[in-house]
Design a protein around this ligand. Structure first.
Ligand SMILES: [Zn+2]
Length: 336
């Protein structure tokens, strides 16, 4: 915490009033780039189609020495055509977290002791909560809910604060705004206490769509889920849905996920199991050919194998199961 963060309240309010009356000064915007192992300033410059000097200047350095993990500024200008990474200068107290393989957003909220609401508030432009690729940079807010909004030239700070129903004093403090020159186009303003309602609603809809199951193959349903009569007074419980289709017909992943098993499994014949976000698993049995492998990530509708009649089977079909916490669900109530 710098001494700037501990201004007496009277000063903050005075500064705030000054600021609401004077329009913001203009300045260049920046994108942030994390240096990868082996990467140089020259690599970054060429990636963004910029002269090396421009990148060095943006970082106030003449030395070309840079280390993996260093966060450097990439000037956003005509040369970049407004390129990529729109997230410059987070407010004080924010951390940057790079999404690792196998890491979920819930794990990140736990690690930093923040709520999912806070994480979404600090990253309201995420396209998904469950399908972000490894390497995505997430901003970690200090504590409490809030909403991060980009400051653009010409915006009216008072109007923005009013629009979101934020507390002006809290906004000034959280962003350590002392003079109008502290407002730079492209910078991100943290609005403490503002719920990221729109982002949460959008992400909930995305999650609902992502969690839907599609038919792994289309054909004729030859056996439904549930108890079935096997004749001669015997019956068993059928844990899946049987769909008949010609041998060789492609089978697709019902939902995106990671292949948790691909191989021979007794009466299931050639079987593929896919684990989905949230822990559900789908099973695809009796395949003639498996076209994926254990540990592979598959997108929804991606081909994973071909219809066959391997294992305990009386003709070419797929035996399809959806399991939640190890218990088979009726696929017909889940399929869209
Ligand atoms: Zn079956």
């Amino acid at each position: 915490m710098s001494e700037q963060g501990q201004l007496p309240q009277r000063t903050s309010v005075f500064v705030l009033l000054w600021f609401l009356l004077i329009p913001a000064a203009s300045a260049e915007g920046f994108a942030l780039h994390t240096i990868q192992p082996g990467e140089t300033y020259a690599d970054v410059a060429s990636m963004y189609n910029l002269p090396v000097d421009a990148v060095l200047e943006a970082n106030g350095t003449q030395s070309v020495v840079v280390h993996p993990g260093d966060l450097i500024r990439v000037p956003l200008g005509e040369a970049t055509g407004g390129y990529a990474l729109p997230a410059p200068e987070p407010p004080p107290g924010f951390k940057l977290h790079v999404l690792q393989s196998g890491e979920t957003l819930s794990a990140i909220t736990e690690r930093y002791g923040i709520s999912m609401e806070s994480l979404v508030g600090a990253n309201p432009d995420l396209s998904s909560l469950d399908r972000l690729p490894v390497g995505v940079e997430l901003l970690i807010p200090p504590a409490g809910t809030g909403l991060l909004v980009p400051w653009e030239q010409g915006l009216d700070l008072a109007g923005l604060i009013h629009h979101y129903g934020a507390d002006p004093v809290d906004v000034v403090r959280a962003n350590r705004l002392h003079t109008p020159n502290d407002l730079k186009p492209g910078m991100l303003l943290w609005l403490p206490g503002v719920e990221p309602t729109a982002a949460l609603e959008r992400l909930a809809k995305v999650r609902e769509l992502e969690n839907m199951y599609v038919w792994p193959v289309h054909g004729r349903i030859t056996s439904y889920f549930g108890r079935r009569n096997l004749g001669m007074g015997t019956s068993n419980f059928h844990r899946g849905l049987d769909i008949a289709a010609p041998t060789g017909t492609p089978i697709v992943a019902s939902r995106s996920g990671t292949v948790s098993f691909a191989g021979w499994s007794g009466s299931y014949g050639y079987l593929v199991r896919i684990r989905h976000a949230g822990g559900d698993e789908t099973w695809y049995a009796h395949q003639s050919q498996i076209l994926t492998s254990n540990g592979a990530w598959v997108d929804q509708n991606e081909v994973i194998g071909r219809i066959g009649s391997t294992g305990l089977s009386t003709g070419p079909h797929i035996h399809f199961e959806i399991r939640r916490n190890g218990t088979a669900l009726n696929p017909l109530s889940e399929l869209r």
